[in-house]
Design a protein around this ligand. Structure first.
Ligand SMILES: *[C@@H]1O[C@H](CO)[C@@H](O)[C@H](O)[C@H]1NC(C)=O
Ligand SMILES: *[C@@H]1O[C@H](CO)[C@@H](O)[C@H](O)[C@H]1NC(C)=O
Ligand SMILES: *[C@@H]1O[C@H](CO)[C@@H](O)[C@H](O)[C@H]1NC(C)=O
Ligand SMILES: *[C@@H]1O[C@H](CO)[C@@H](O)[C@H](O)[C@H]1NC(C)=O
Ligand SMILES: *[C@@H]1O[C@H](CO)[C@@H](O)[C@H](O)[C@H]1NC(C)=O
Ligand SMILES: *[C@@H]1O[C@H](CO)[C@@H](O)[C@H](O)[C@H]1NC(C)=O
Ligand SMILES: *[C@@H]1O[C@H](CO)[C@@H](O)[C@H](O)[C@H]1NC(C)=O
Ligand SMILES: *[C@@H]1O[C@H](CO)[C@@H](O)[C@H](O)[C@H]1NC(C)=O
Ligand SMILES: *[C@@H]1O[C@H](CO)[C@@H](O)[C@H](O)[C@H]1NC(C)=O
Length: 674
């Protein structure tokens, strides 16, 4: 009885959407500009149509003289379809020019930022008389913070409203837009904002699959189309919502991005349908004679080979299954999954290592991918590890034991061939001394590196940080070294997994703090990449205005803060088993939660004077797991139900582990001084 009452209480608390004030998703689909960023020429009343509805003000009206413009700032990166309400025109030849930019670096009445390889042209809207004029759905803009409106006519025009219909998260009803199921809050406001900006980045990149591929879409013949026009009009997946790489571009399903993005969605919105649709769009393009999966989810490029991206699709599938327990999907997928596993494991040669053929050089933007490459081999180890569990789920014991065997031989061979004791890092490949960020981070994340190697890697990667973040030395192009929030998200996890949670927090604050707060950024979403000198130049690109400022592969810290700092991790599908292992670093308070079909997973922990901690945690009934806590010292007050505390099993003397049934715990303890 008491039991049920408490559960209902928790459900009610969850329904209130904890920490809603941090959620960047709008609460309505109709968005109005927040402020005036700039004007050119002669304008009157630019501020009158802002979103600060002030009843004492007279009716909103913006008067634009010919060849004059106003740049509005939406206050954060948004996505959608622009409408203008015209109250008066002086000449029926009237048209309005619209330009968009995510960063303030590309604000201009003459062009937008870019979805391709040139600046995008002005988008025109004919406004021959009073009325409401709206861009067609394929001229939605996937990411912009700044909107410039120019009077391209010969005489004055008067507007009473400029608005944007928010198009992201198309499956969500208007009153659900902020319905996050997970939360994260701690005593560091920067980390809180980073968590929510990562979640919002994914939100902006969750789109209607009928309006994808900003770079390659083009209208049917007959409509005027010039180089630099943008269109979002290719169908990129089945279903009504799909998670893509970036909001402005490519608006395509890219497997590497999914690997980082899926945990972000899981801990925030739990919007898993958009992920299923993305994965399905990749598997329908599996090569039926070889089993190879596509580099990217669009038909035009199905022939491009990337073995690393092939593996990201496999890893992402395992994540999706773990977060949903969608067993029917897994069973239907299994023959295709196995075929893809056969493809990639057939590339392992007599050395027990994966040899990446020169035809499969494509990857996330690093300089080269080939030979016995550490990134590819670490990814393979990661994929083998999760595939063993999948095989056991579908009772394919033969595959499971084969993959387990391959994994253990791979681990030995990688250590013997690619570990460089002198650098304390793995080499890029057998013939190179370059020690890449991606491969070293993945070697730790995947468990391929030994605990000793992992500690050295964490230390040596951290020693390379610059003022703007961690370098991806494997992507040094044109004299500039890349800061890749994609590879960097793996590095964050490497610090956690190697037992250095403080280093993970330090990197998140340094790199994602810069990405959030620098004035050239959107202060709401995370950029795709930049350079170690802090310039917004992404070295793999030759044209910089195309950089995406809302990229799902840059959102790693959102999942990692929940999984490792709050320490709330599920270990088997839908949380049937879990571990609660908070690692607060220099934080004194953390409060995080996931609300899943099985029930709530929550944790609150507070540290007093660096010595004493208290923790309240909940996991659903019918589940089981481990509480791994800072060593309890001499005193532990435990009030709980349905918990069977059993023997402490920990090889790390600073922690205390206890195995439990799902339930509620209210604990306190002291840190041992070592
Ligand atoms: C509302 O308008 C009045 C009169 O113009 C002005 O004094 C006041 O500051 C405005 N308030 C806000 C919140 O903009
Ligand atoms: C339009 O305005 C821009 C900037 O204000 C100016 O450079 C340009 O010469 C003007 N063009 C015409 C046709 O007046
Ligand atoms: C957009 O795509 C739809 C089909 O999905 C097509 O009917 C329409 O003509 C396209 N529009 C443009 C401008 O390409
Ligand atoms: C569109 O942009 C291209 C490339 O910048 C330019 O050559 C072309 O003139 C522009 N077209 C229009 C209609 O502005
Ligand atoms: C939609 O599903 C069908 C049936 O599986 C498949 O043939 C088609 O390629 C899918 N379309 C897209 C865009 O993924
Ligand atoms: C499938 O793989 C074969 C063998 O590599 C290749 O010849 C063929 O072009 C591939 N098909 C597609 C659609 O990529
Ligand atoms: C790479 O793949 C191509 C095409 O399958 C093959 O002809 C070539 O021998 C391979 N190269 C190596 C070094 O294995
Ligand atoms: C080995 O790595 C180096 C540095 O990244 C690269 O230049 C070289 O091409 C790689 N070797 C192969 C076989 O891909
Ligand atoms: C997968 O990796 C984890 C972490 O390294 C390890 O605990 C687990 O035993 C591995 N699973 C398999 C099936 O090898």
């Amino acid at each position: 009885m008491l039991w049920l009452q408490c559960f209902n209480l928790l459900a009610m608390v969850a329904a209130a959407i904890p920490y809603r004030e941090y959620i960047l998703m709008p609460d309505s689909r109709k968005l109005l500009p927040q402020s005036v960023y700039a004007t050119t020429g002669t304008t009157v009343g630019a501020a009158s149509i802002l979103d600060n509805l002030n009843s004492s003000q007279s009716a909103p009206q913006l008067i634009l003289s010919a060849n004059s413009s106003v740049t509005y700032d939406y206050g954060k990166n948004i996505a959608g379809i622009v409408s203008v309400q015209v109250s008066r025109v002086s000449n029926p030849q009237q048209r309005i020019g619209l330009t968009f930019s995510e960063s303030n670096m590309y604000v201009s009445p003459d062009h937008s930022d870019s979805t391709g390889l040139v600046l995008d042209n002005v988008t025109y809207l004919d406004t021959p008389g009073p009325g409401t004029f709206t861009l067609p759905p394929w001229l939605r803009r996937g990411g912009f913070r700044y909107l410039t409106i120019t009077n391209e006519g010969v005489d004055e025009v008067q507007l009473s409203q400029v608005s944007t219909e928010f198009t992201s998260m198309p499956d969500y009803r208007e009153d659900q837009l902020q319905a996050y199921t997970g939360w994260f809050n701690c005593n560091d406001e920067l980390l809180n904002k980073i968590w929510y900006a990562g979640a919002y980045t994914n939100n902006l990149c969750t789109v209607d699959p009928k309006y994808g591929d900003s770079a390659q879409s083009a209208p049917p013949p007959g409509l005027p189309f010039t180089v630099g026009d943008y269109f979002y009009n290719l169908t990129i997946a089945n279903g009504t919502s799909v998670l893509v790489d970036g909001a402005k571009r490519d608006t395509l399903v890219w497997p590497g991005d999914l690997t980082i993005a899926i945990p972000t969605s899981f801990v925030s919105t739990n919007d898993m349908v958009s992920i299923k649709n993305a994965l399905d769009s990749l598997f329908v393009r599996q090569n039926s004679s070889t089993g190879r999966l596509p580099y990217v989810g669009v038909p035009l490029r199905a022939t491009l080979e990337s073995w690393t991206y092939h593996m990201h699709t496999l890893y992402s599938s395992a994540l999706y299954f773990q977060y949903t327990n969608d067993i029917q999907w897994l069973q239907d997928l299994w023959p295709h999954y196995k075929f893809a596993m056969e493809f990639i494991t057939s590339k392992i040669d007599a050395t027990d290592l994966l040899y990446v053929n020169e035809t499969a050089f494509r990857d996330w933007g690093r300089n080269s991918m080939g030979g016995y490459n550490i990134e590819a081999n670490a990814l393979l180890y990661l994929v083998l590890n999760v595939s063993v569990d999948l095989a056991s789920t579908v009772q394919d014991t033969a595959s499971g034991s084969q993959w387990k065997d391959i994994a253990s031989r791979l681990r030995v061979a990688v250590s013997a061939t690619l570990w460089d004791e002198e650098q304390g890092l793995f080499k890029d490949n057998a013939t190179s001394l370059l020690a890449p960020q991606d491969g070293n981070s993945l070697a730790v994340k995947s468990g391929l590196a030994t605990p000793l190697q992992a500690r050295k890697i964490s230390q040596n990667l951290a020693a390379r940080w610059g003022p703007y973040g961690a370098p991806a030395v494997e992507a040094e192009i044109g004299g500039k070294t890349t800061v890749s929030p994609f590879a960097g998200s793996f590095e964050v996890d490497a610090h956690y997994v190697s037992g250095n949670p403080q280093r993970a927090l330090d990197l998140i604050r340094l790199q994602w703090g810069f990405m959030l707060n620098d004035p050239r950024m959107t202060q709401s979403t995370f950029i795709e990449g930049y350079a170690t000198d802090g310039s917004l130049v992404y070295p793999p690109y030759t044209f910089q205005a195309r950089i995406s400022h809302a990229h799902t592969w840059s959102t790693g810290p959102t999942g990692s803060l929940t999984f490792y700092t709050a320490g709330l991790r599920i270990l088997s599908p839908l949380g049937k088993t879990w571990i609660i292992e908070p690692n607060l670093g220099d934080l004194t308070r953390v409060d995080a939660g996931l609300t899943k079909s099985l029930g709530p997973f929550t944790i609150k922990m507070t540290v007093k004077k660096g010595k004493q901690w208290s923790m309240q945690a909940t996991t659903p009934t019918g589940t089981s797991g481990t509480l791994s806590l800072p060593a309890l010292g001499c005193k532990a007050r435990v009030s709980l139900w349905s918990s069977q505390g059993s023997d402490s099993k920990s090889n790390d003397r600073s922690r205390f582990a206890v195995c439990c049934e799902g339930g509620y715990w209210d604990l306190m303890g002291f840190f041992l001084t070592m």
